[in-house]
Ligand binder design. Sequence first.
Ligand code: PHE
Length: 443
Amino acid sequence: MATDRWTSRIGFILAAAGSAIGLGTVWRLPYVAGTEGGGAFFLIFLVLLLTVGTALLLAEFVLGRHTQEGAIRAYKHVAPKGQWQWIGILGMVAAFLLLSFYSVVGGWIIAYLVRSFGGQVTNPPDGDYTALFETITANPWEVGIAHLAFMIMTILVVQQGVRKGIEKASVYMMPALFILFAVLVVRSLTLDGAWEGVVFFLQPDLSAVTGETLLTALGQAFFSLSLGVSVMVTYSSYLGKSENLPRSAWSVVLLTILIAFMAGLVIFPGVFAFDLQPDEGPELIFTILPAVFGEMAFGSLFFTLFMILMLFATLTSAFSLVEIIVKPLIRGKEEKRVKMTWIVGLLIFAMGIPSNLSFGVLADWDVFGDIFFNQVDYLVSNILLPTGAFLISVFVSWRVRKEDLQEEMLRGSNRGIGFFNTWLFTSRYIVPIAILVVFISMI
Ligand code: PHE
């Protein structure tokens, strides 16, 4: 079914990293780390990324390349009689809900970007960056149109079939994002009072860790690596048979960690230097980044550039989220792609409207004790992604034939049987048990 291929190994890695690296690492990780106490959260997140996350990423890669199919059909391919395709359906639902609030943040980026052309962002009246965020999000038309614009950009790319576009663009934009981030790290670390932020971010205080912290870190690890929704299954279905899966997985994980470190080292020194609160919530980077850029020569210009790169990082993740929904719905009938992409994209937009208004006209609407936006995020990140991850790990490690797994994993790789057995053990026992334990610790 998958006739298209990534043109190169690096193209695949950057596209997979492009799906992984997005708002999850740059926007969500810093603010949840900020609300969950900083260093300890980040440490747990890292450990989970390197263990459970990497094992699962490999599992998704193996399943995708082995079956050469996307969500739903990959599961049917391995187990035609069971009901395992529900894992794919769960992933589609999770992707739908995830993108509904993710695209809202994409819209904020566009709104900031547009305003930054007038130099208004890095230099707001009275230097009040929080007020600026509130002004932008309180206006339903401004954020509404920006939100719609974000979804339309996503639709326009996905309706053409994304591979050529994504792969080509990722090769240039991802490195540019790294370089600009590195410049920012230097600026942030040399601010007055930066050190306090570094300590907050890197010094773990394990006494503050609760079941909720663990669950949030686990959800964040899956969120950051795009796991549990079959996105990585879909992407690796376009991979050539000779590619080295373990090495690709490590590359994606290490790039994500690098960006996570950089994001933390930009945000937290900024938080402390400007006397802001690390537990501000989803608006965190939108109040910190303009302040940090405001302190730089040509700050406004760099801010604009940075927002463009952030927009790109966000779009590459959004493409993957729409693609995994559209692909199973059109069942290989490419002539239906355009219509289906518009339907799915606009439904996601509609679903996102109450999330968007949570920061403005619906700010007082209490949904089980929090705003709508945060509740959808919680449902997806802390419940649907870990559930999907649990099922995928169990499915791949127990249902796919061991010989197939071994062949798929070791082909093109210089790893030996010991590596394979370690992965198999981790996927069969450690990943599912870890997820269960974290869920149970919540109750
Ligand atoms: N990994 C993406 C990010 O960090 C979000 C995402 C999650 C994308 C799940 C696809 C699937 O921004």
